[in-house]
Design a protein around this ligand. Structure first.
Ligand code: LLP
Length: 430
């Protein structure tokens, strides 16, 4: 199976030890499932490995753009994770979950004045500053509020990694961060150090997402350490924190490799230790920002099949009761997914079709050319590895309500996010 929290009993698919057909019946479909134990275990892999290899002060920050709702922040608080937030909405949700924002790092390439004020008002620990305009705005607002804001500067190390374009962010020509290669990053440091209401704590980079090569992170950390050595030599600036971003890839298909995250962290730590020694610099507190690798394999989406259309001599379509509104990732990136016939796991898979949603748009596809037992109206299909960037990217296109999120803890389900109601859809309409 694609993940160790998936199993089959009497032809029925089980997820996190719970019967998916029963769950579909009880909670209706489309339905997001999330495996709480898996989320916690994924956090612990980072917590233990970072502690072991980077030292006790290292900290993983959960990149909450991957899946943001109150229960997730409660789990992060419980596990001792920090968080990466990118909007007032994520900050608000974390606050509502009782998350202490001193370990929150506020990202985004274009924080509005409202965002900056909201984050400062609520004591967000660190701003990860993307560019000079933003830096000036943060300094100004901090001055008005008579406080000193701790920040990291987001830098682009100039690394082009092997992933899809939308998430390849470490390149010099990225919309994110300030480039090292062009000399602009160095100037930014010099300038930041002159600002009255900013405390520069260190640097951040995020090279890309769904990355499988460990050398991407090794190359990234080397470039960042060289930069840290340069600013130490030029400005006497001692870097307290180095945040290497997120990005470890997950398995959407059986053919995808499994990443040993702990071993990758070990390799990065070795490189950091030897490079820091060569450059004669102190090793800063190391942060990582995993999102996908914390929640992706903790998720599964269940759908009910409606129409099965066979266009003789052309192709077949299996239509489900969700689609690009709850999972836009094939439409956006052509992302692969594994789809399983939850209610008919022992039947012969001999029918090839595109599994499509119910939106008025022909790009509304979950996956093309999927081989399954020929479905009947009412069958349940499961899409695996949907815990990251599905619920958080869902929309109300066609005024379709967003599904519920049902968490499973120790095989017992509970509702973490309610299904949206039709009334909810018109709540803001005047
Ligand atoms: N840190 C920063 C600054 C980021 O921009 C991201 C992801 C992360 C951490 C977490 O990366 P992860 O560990 O999840 O790979 N919607 C796209 C993914 C966008 C990722 C954006 N940034 C998708 O569905 O594939």
């Amino acid at each position: 199976m694609i993940c160790d929290n998936i199993s089959v009993k009497d032809g029925v698919l089980y997820f996190a030890g719970a019967n998916t057909v029963e769950l579909a019946k009880e909670y209706k479909t489309p339905l997001y499932l999330m495996d709480e134990n898996k989320i916690r275990n994924n956090c612990r892999v980072y917590l233990n490995a970072m502690n072991k290899y980077f030292g006790a002060n290292a900290m993983p920050l959960y990149a909450s753009k991957a899946a943001s709702f109150k229960k997730i922040y409660e789990i992060m608080k419980d596990e001792g994770m920090g968080i990466d937030v990118v909007s007032s909405g994520e900050i608000y949700t974390a606050l509502k979950a009782g998350f202490n924002l001193k370990n929150a790092y506020f990202h985004s390439n274009n924080k509005t004045d409202e965002d900056i004020n909201f984050a400062m008002e609520n004591g967000v620990g660190y701003f990860v500053v993307d560019n000079k305009e933003e830096l000036d705005a943060i300094n100004q607002i901090a001055k008005e509020r008579s406080l000193t804001q701790s920040i990291l500067l987001r830098l682009t190390p100039g690394i082009d990694t092997h992933t899809y374009e939308a998430v390849n962010t470490g390149k010099v020509d990225s919309k994110f961060g300030t480039a090292i290669e062009t000399g602009q990053a160095e100037k930014m440091v010099e300038y930041t150090l002159t600002l009255s209401n900013i405390k520069l704590c260190g640097f951040h980079c995020h090279i890309g997402s769904q990355v499988f090569e460990s050398d991407t992170f090794i190359r990234g950390s080397k470039i960042m350490l060289e930069f840290i050595a340069t600013v130490k030599a030029k400005f006497g600036f001692v870097t307290e924190q180095l945040d290497l971003g997120g990005g470890y890839g997950v398995r959407y298909l059986d053919s995808h490799p499994t990443i040993d995250i702990a071993d990758n962290i070990r390799q990065v730590a070795e490189c950091i230790k030897s490079t820091a020694a060569e450059l004669n610099i102190e090793i800063p507190k190391i942060l990582l920002e995993p999102g996908r690798s914390i929640v992706a394999d903790a998720g599964m989406t269940l759908y009910t099949v409606g129409t099965v259309k066979e266009i003789t001599g052309y192709k077949n379509y299996t239509s489900i009761d969700g689609g690009m509104t709850d999972n836009p990732r094939f439409a956006l990136y052509g992302s692969p997914y594994t789809i399983l016939p939850a209610s008919r796991m022992n039947d012969t898979a001999d029918f090839v079709s595109d599994v499509v949603g119910r939106c008025c748009e022909s790009g509304d596809i979950i996956q093309k050319d999927v081989t399954l037992p020929k479905a009947k109206r009412g069958d349940i299909l499961a899409v695996c590895t949907t815990g990251a960037y599905n619920y958080s990217m869902a929309s109300n296109y066609n005024r379709i309500t967003r599904p519920a999120v049902v968490m499973i803890k120790d095989t017992k389900p509970y509702v973490a996010v309610k299904r949206e109601s039709l009334e909810y859809l018109t709540e803001n309409d005047i």
